[in-house]
Each structure stands twice: as structure tokens, then as C-alpha cells.
Write a protein that binds this ligand. Sequence first.
Ligand code: G3I
Length: 377
Amino acid sequence: MKVTRVVAGAAVAAAVLVSLNATGAPAAPAGKVAAVPGSVPGAAALTAQQSAADSKTLRELAKRTGMKIGTAVDMGALANDATYKQHVASEFNSVTAENVMKWSELEPTRGTLNFGPADELVAFAKANGQSVRGHTLLWHNQLPTWLTDGVASGDIDSAELRQLLRQHIFTVAGHFRGKIYQWDVANEVIDDNAQLRNTIWLQKLGPGYIADVFRWAHQADPKAKLYINDYNVEGLNAKADAYYALVKQLKADRVPIHGFGMQGHLGVQYGFDGRALANVQRFEALGLETSFTEVDVRMIMPTDNTKLHAQANGYSILLRACLLAKRCVSFTVWGFTDKYSWVPGVFEGEGAANLLDENFGQKPAYQAVSQTLALAG
Ligand code: G3I
């Protein structure tokens, strides 16, 4: 259970003050802070909390807030990089498989399931007292070629595709039953024009496929919290509005959907939408829990101090929204070191998106996350 609101609110407001001074970028509506003079802890208390933060890991600091702090895990790095492995275990109390729970990795050959790497992650998490987020049961990317080729050639028709999807969800969610606290059931089903994404799922199964996958996932693992997850939905915008309408309809149709996942792939060059809290609160008002599921803040290389501090502010804006919300239960970064990041491979000339540098050195972003957690706990 999260700590009492007021305390957290005041402490987080103080963090706003701190971060404002640190980056010079407006992090929150300043008036809010000024409105309650004397309720913010004195500078001495702040410094004490910050030095306390320095000695604690993120998971130790997060524990007192009730919110889980997580990371995506690259299984290759976990197997081959001891420093990486040590950081995953010590800094985070939640882990997400960056790739090994995706359909193309689980069933590269039709009918042959490869749960090995994913089971290793679940076992690692158990050994380190961590919770596991499942990612992802349905997506339009990283699908096995036997499936996409079959659909494209017509060998797999709509009825068979629906049966294959149903079987995939029962097999995968069933295999990890009781070991996953949150599943990204449906990932990126709305496009950047706020329309249902035109994928093989929509084309072959119609819009009803979204409700179906939640019903199947719930039957397969009744205890897991079932999420709809996407990027560019952290603030108030047309895409987030489209998800608000979709979720409202799914709830009205009594579909077992429990959470809204905001990926949080940001870029300092785009600035940050400071209205993340209002967005989170409206989804919570629909009866959902919320989570930030894939946070990273990239920049155009090379790095410099201004970009690194703006990056820290980007992480802080989302983390504060989560801490100030009532039912934001987890905050996951999509990798934590610049040594292993998907960003440079997709965004040419961009990178340095994570909390630690390529030598696992703490960046201003790590300090900001650590201090915000310390002040919230
Ligand atoms: O597994 C194959 C391997 O067999 C092959 O030898 C190798 C060489 O091409 O590719 C490997 O697959 C790669 C896979 O990661 C596993 O490493 C794919 O090429 C590569 O495209 C894939 O990238 C992942 C990407 O999703 C795919 O879209 C990234 O690591 C992963 O961070 C990224 O994560 C997504 C989330 O799932 C959803 N939200 C956005 C986020 C960033 O794109």
C-alpha cells in the first residue's frame, strides 16, 4: 500500500522545488508550492534526505513508497555481464523481459515453444525478491514469420488466426500463471493518429479482438493485473484521449481490464508534457490502476550538461506523477544503462537514454530518481 498522500505530496512538491532549481526548466505549476507556506520540509531536512538517498538503492527507496521500481531486462546481458546482473538485482524490485516473452521469441517455429530464457528471468526474479511484469501477449511487432507469412499467403485464414491467438494467450499466460503481477495484454493497438492501429489483428479479426484477448488472459491467469499499454500517451493528447474512450467502453462491456500502461519513451529535444498527473488521475477515475512501463529519455548525441539535466527532469516528471497518483503501482525503465539500449539502433544519432552511463556511472537522471524516491518515502 502506498504511503499517505499528504506527506508524499509535500515531499514531492519539495522535490519539484529542488528539480526546478537544478534544471531551470519549469517542472510543475509553481503556484501550488507557494500556496501552502511552511508545509515544505526545511533545506536541512532536504539535504538529510538526499544524503540518505545516496546510500540507498532505488529499490530500497521505492519500498517505502509502496510503488515498484522496475527495469526491462536484456537476457543476453544478464547472462554475460556480471556488473549488469548485479545492478538488476540490487536496484529494482520489478523486472520485465525486454524481448524473450514476445511471440517471435517464444514460438519461432510453429508448435515449438521456447520458454527457456523467460523461465530464467522468472527464476532470477524469484531468487532476488522481484515481481515480474509480462510483456507482451498481443502486439503487431515481433510476431513469428510462420504466422505473418501464413496470414499474408492466406494459408492462415481469420478463423484459424483467432484460434492461434487464443491458444497463444492460454499457453503463455497459463505457463506463467501466478508468477506475473501485471501483463501487457494488448500493446500499441492505437496509432499516432488516434485510430485503431491497422494491423493483421484489426484486419482479420475486427475491433472485437481487443476485448477477446483480455477475456482469454483473465481466464488463463485470474490473478494477474491486465494492462493495455502504449507510447505517447503520458500527457493529455489525442492518442491518450482515444485510449480513455476505448478503456471506458471496455469497462462498460465488463471486459476484465485492470491497468493502463504508459510506456514513457521521451526525448529531451521534444520537451515534456507536464500534465502526466492529470492523465493518470483520469484513468484511475475509471477504476484502473496505472503504471509507467518503459521509461527512457533519449537525446541527440553528443550529450552535454543541459541535455543531461533536462533528461533528469523528464524522468522526474513521470516519476512524480506516479508518486502523486493514488493507484500508480509501478515505474519501469526500459533498460537502465547506456551500455544496453534499443535507442541508437532505432533513432540514428540519438542515445544516452538511461539512468546510468555505459560504464554504469550514475547520471543526473539517476540522482533525480533517487532523490525523488527518497523525498516521497
Ligand atoms: O532474436 C533475434 C536474433 O535471433 C537475431 O540473430 C538478431 C539479429 O537480427 O535479432 C534478434 O531480434 C532482435 C530482438 O530485439 C531481440 O534482441 C530484433 O532484431 C530487434 O528488432 C529487437 O528489438 C526490440 C524491439 O522492441 C523490437 O521492436 C528491442 O530490443 C526492444 O527494446 C523493443 O522494445 C519495445 C517494446 O517491446 C514495446 N514498446 C517499444 C519498445 C522499443 O521499441
